[in-house]
Design a protein around this ligand. Sequence first.
Ligand code: ATP
Length: 743
Amino acid sequence: MDNNSVPPDIPINGSAGSSNRNIDNSEPIFHLRSRTAAASTPNYESLDYEVCENTLFQDEQRKRLTERFSLRKDIIRWIIFIQIGIITALIACTIDIIIEELSRRKYTFLYNSVKDNVPLSDASDRDLLIPYLYWLLFSIVPVAFGAAMVTYIEPITAGSGIPQVKSYLNGVKIPRIVRIKTLAVKAIGVITSVVGGLAGGKEGPMIHAGAVVAAGISQGKSTTFVKDFRIFKAFRDDHEKRDFVLGGGAAGVSAAFGAPIGGMLFSLEEAASFWNQNLIWRTLVASIISVFTLNIVLSAYHGLNDFTFTGLFNLGKFDTPLKFDYFELPIFMILGVTGGLLGAAWNSLNTKINKFRKRFIPWKIGKVLEAVVVAMMGVTLACLMIYFINDCRPLGNDPTNNPVQLFCEDNEYNAVAALWFQTPEATVRSLFHDPPGSHKILTLALFTVVYYVLSCATFGLNVSLGVFIPTALVGAAWGRLLAMLTYYVFPQAEFLHPGKYALIGAAANLGGVLRMTISLSVILMETTGVETSFFFPLIIALISAKWVGDYFNEGIYDTQIQVNHVPMLTWEPLPQYKGLKARDILSKPVVCIKLHDSANYIYQMLKKCDHNGFPVVDDVRGDRRSEGRVCGIILRSQLIVILLKSLYVENKRFWLPETSIQTFRDVYPRYPSIKSVRKLDEKINYTVDLSMFMNPSPIRVNPHDSVPRIFQIFRALGLRHLLVINNENRIAGIITRRDFIYK
Ligand code: ATP
């Protein structure tokens, strides 16, 4: 066979490589299942977290092997983290202020409309129709606008964004996740959804916003606006970008809650897949800078000159220290268990609703209409509650800016309307801080049920919204309710402070849905200003909720990742892998390239198969590249750049002097596809020498190595390809993240 032509054993579109897995009849059942699963899995690619230390990279390192250069790079890295903190906070402030202003106007208008249309306390004159219609209008218009933007302009912005950022940090390339357009749609999406009154919050989208800011700033260029600022060039690779994205995520949470330590811990606990001491430091600095900037801007906005805007305690500061007795600890645990059960049920119900959506609402217009219907459902349920529940409280301790009199006597306000006539975040605040006796038991019981169902139906709509606030809200409502019920039965139980139990309920519900413990307890402490001694009750509730919830299913973010078939690597190898060897999961035959190969072979091979990494081999017997001796690995993106820039041996003298690692970095991150390479008619006999481009030290394992062991290596080093070689250093197979994922 002609050495330049593509041998027939090359898998077409990468199919043969994966299907030729080394499976015999005795293979475990899950292997057989897995192949069907893999076939239906969307083709997510991986990020290149492993630094390719090829000759060009080493040349650059040698040239810059001075202490001054390393110091400079380090200082620039710090500067970028600080910039990320500042810009993320500015975006958060803008979103915050717009939400606050628009919501204030909306609820003031509704308040006035209620006042004008329902002036009497006379029960026979109850008519909420006009305010209801206005309320519908103020919900439908922003929600429809936000949902349309998400659906038609940038669907990746749907939801909270945390599962996507988490997948990205785990090493999965989620298309368009860190683009400027995504940020713009996400910001507008979250504003419209919160103002529209959907059961959601802004914290998840803030993490996503922080991640986009970080990915943008750290690269010193904008691919969307085709603008290269020619700065930060040394940071243009997936490895560096990942660390910045983590910092951005942390800055985003910190800005959303005004909680710097909680923000950093949230990123570490929920999002990060890799971390080290330096990264923790930098992430913390980005978070602190973010909160500091937020404080300055919001203080200035609210006309304060001492930079102490108390609104940073987003969930309202507890003025008196929250105390607890040791006999309350079992009660906190029971609340935790309740949170775990309710959270697990919420996750499973939400997953079912989302599967139903995926199946029966495939059309774009259907997705927008669905968001509108859920918004209408929320308004209607709220109005029905307001209409039918007669919960009047004396004015004075008004928990809202708009205490509506509605059907109450003079000097009274309607406690049901107070719960609904504000943003969900403000309602959490009310439930934490309203004085005892602010609601009827029936009001809270119904509110809990309605909000539980509403938040379940909302998460998964094609709108940008986070799940943190509605989950905390439901928990705060039932926590307060349980305290009231117990007090009703045992009126002598003075320790049953409703605010305290609302806080524990919120923690328990959050633990049950999100399954985070450390960061959530710190965020709750930072956003409510409770003393460190109260950390213990919070963590008891959170851990009990997590353990109970974990017994039934996974946290909501992990569930979403699974449902979308994102090939996420877990922290530990799956139990099914115990006892397996590398030879049981590897793919073969492997598509390889010779160290000196023909340009035409490379071109044809790239067109025929869609793998992203190819072992580079020499000592090839005949034309059987897949049995050659391994000397390195090369990525598809590198091969395309080589072909595009004509880096052939035959004209080496033209390109060699100016070719450097920068030649490859310049096209990062949007590498061209093989379609952009012109047909190589006149260069058909040209040769490519891969020795300076390939990664000469890929991680290799033996076919007899245990899978749990190689999983640890794969995950710890953030690998994309793992070569399996035999004792003669000849290629025996290849393993990628897909080979570790069988669900
Ligand atoms: P990624 O998608 O993670 O960016 P990739 O595209 O190179 O990397 P996958 O799509 O994960 O690889 O691989 C799908 C299947 O093909 C896996 O089972 C993997 O082992 C196999 N495979 C990957 N590269 C090769 C190759 N060069 N030759 C043969 N099989 C391969």
